[in-house]
Design a protein around this ligand. Structure first.
Ligand SMILES: [Zn+2]
Length: 82
């Protein structure tokens, strides 16, 4: 399950146009806190620290890593699929 804060942040990234589709299943998201930085994201992986640390913090409990960027991709795909 995703937290409301993550969803809110994700929606903000989409609304402010930070998400760009590069190719099928590859997206680039500009960082909201650091405009010079961007992350490459696919539908199930992200290169941000939050995603990488997720497995460190939740190791072995069967959860799938998540971050605001992955949520932003899901929102972006949903909004652009109709
Ligand atoms: Zn991320």
């Amino acid at each position: 399950m995703s937290s409301d804060a993550t969803i809110k942040k994700a929606q903000k990234l989409v609304d402010s146009g930070c998400v760009s589709k590069i190719e099928k299943d590859l997206f680039q998201i500009r960082s909201s806190s650091n405009p010079g930085k961007s992350y490459f994201v696919t539908s199930d992986s992200c290169e941000c620290l939050g995603f990488k640390n997720y497995y460190k913090f939740h190791h072995g409990n069967g959860k799938t890593a998540n971050c605001s960027h992955l949520e932003a991709i899901r929102i972006f795909i949903k909004e652009n699929s109709s």
